[in-house]
Write a protein that binds this ligand. Structure first.
Ligand code: FAD
Length: 383
């Protein structure tokens, strides 16, 4: 039986990028993904590249590096990522204080410009200026997350990497050293294993009695077929409720509830926003829920009505566009920094999960991880 240098668990954007970078460093890599057409966070992602989102020297450097990589990633991988520059408009609700919202963006590397309602509508003509107190504008980037992942996976295979579509059901370990994984079809051995299973990484770790500081939300959105009108900007709220939900759901008092079934850790939130992809289709979202079950029951028609009502006030033209409700799990870490590197208690087991601003950070962090794996004194992320 082959003993791989690395087994990567999960074929979303994080696993695909990391598997590619590990083969770039001449490691023999197996990537295990449970589903050939996964319903994962990458599949439903808006694809935004917040290259302005660094908050200190290190994260600014990573954002800049990621942004530069994205500009030539299609050529490097020989696959389409649909990279482009785009305007980001972050709407400010009439009930929010413009000054307070603006102040919350002072920590970022690039300061947004405040647009009054008319200027915001000039930037995105479909915006209803009467529904907002204004908007923050930033230059932003955009890729097609699924196509980018496919490009990484194809380049990985061309470099000799192996993909098996099997579900990892357990980690194989001797004493406190991981030596491989068990899947629904058999088992595989490797010197090192890295978990890139997004929102499900937490469950896999729990099987080994490891509680890592990262969690997941249930995200919901509506995806439409291509439409015959164009949006110029990506539109999201400036005061993202999702971040408040993540803080509330991970406070010390509620953390034990994540270990119990059927728990709602914080009330559901709606961040009304939209992105149009290059083929013309829209993703309209987004509801986030902090529920302890990965397979919680959600009333899709109620959610869809809520998302349509949310978008109707700021972008009335798109509210009735036919589309389909979707749901996925999204991992997050309370510190808003990804969990990367060795898990201290278990030899051979690594994490690469729990990102915020994932798409811009992944190309640089995956490369840094792979260099670090060769023994180079590369910093990945000081956490
Ligand atoms: C609506 C929405 C909008 C978003 N917008 C943005 C944005 O604009 N910009 C941005 O940077 N981020 C955005 N995100 C977040 C971003 O999409 C995610 O952080 C990112 O896709 C996570 O990638 P991942 O590889 O960690 O996880 P996933 O994409 O969830 O992939 C994990 C993979 O692991 C596999 N897996 C799980 N368990 C097992 C197992 N036991 N065995 C084998 N395989 C397994 C799953 O099938 C899955 O394919 C958005 C997310 C959503 C939902």
């Amino acid at each position: 039986m082959t003993t791989y240098d690395w087994i990567v668990i999960g074929g979303g954007i994080t696993g695909a990028a990391l598997a590619y970078e590990l083969t770039q460093q001449n490691f023999n890599v197996l990537l295990l993904e449970k589903d050939p057409n996964p319903d994962n966070a990458t599949r439903y992602s808006y694809g935004g590249l917040g290259f302005w989102g660094g908050t200190n020297e290190q994260t600014q450097q990573l954002c800049t590096e990621g942004w530069q990589r994205h500009q030539q990633l299609s050529a490097e991988l020989d696959g389409e990522t649909e990279f482009r520059e785009i305007d980001l408009l972050m709407t400010i609700a009439p009930t929010d204080s413009v000054e307070a919202v603006q102040a919350s963006y002072h920590k970022f590397a690039i300061a947004p410009t405040f647009l009054d309602p008319q200027a915001a509508q000039d930037c995105e003509p479909l915006l209803n200026r009467d529904a907002i107190a204004g908007a923050l504008h930033l230059p932003h980037g955009h890729v097609h997350p699924q196509k980018t992942t496919q490009a990484y996976l194809q380049a990985f295979q061309r470099q000799g990497g192996t993909i098996q579509y099997e579900t990892v059901v357990d980690l194989v370990h001797r004493d406190r050293r991981v030596t491989g994984v068990k899947t629904t079809n058999g088992s595989y051995t490797a010197d090192r294993v890295v978990l890139c299973a997004g929102g499900r990484s937490r469950t896999i770790l729990q099987k080994m009695g490891i509680t890592a500081p990262f969690y997941f939300t249930h995200a919901e959105l509506i995806e439409t077929p291509p439409v015959d009108f164009s949006l110029r900007a990506m539109v999201v709220p400036a005061n993202l409720q999702r971040l408040a939900l993540q803080t509330q759901a991970t406070q010390a008092g509620v953390q034990p509830l994540w270990q119990q079934p059927h728990q709602e850790l914080a009330p559901a939130i709606l961040d009304a926003g939209v992105i149009q992809f290059q083929d013309g289709h829209l993703c309209i979202g987004q509801i986030s829920r902090a529920l302890s079950d990965t397979k919680a029951n959600i009333d899709s028609s109620q959610s869809e009505a809520q998302m349509r009502a949310g978008i109707a006030s700021i972008l009335p033209k798109i509210a009735d566009t036919p589309g389909q409700w979707h749901h996925c799990l999204v991992a997050f870490s309370p510190e808003k920094l990804p969990q990367i590197g060795l898990i201290p208690e278990i030899e051979g087991l690594h994490l690469f999960a729990g990102f915020t601003n994932t798409l811009v950070l992944v190309p640089s962090l995956a490369r840094r991880f792979a260099l670090w794996a060769t023994g180079a004194r590369e910093f990945i992320l000081d956490i």
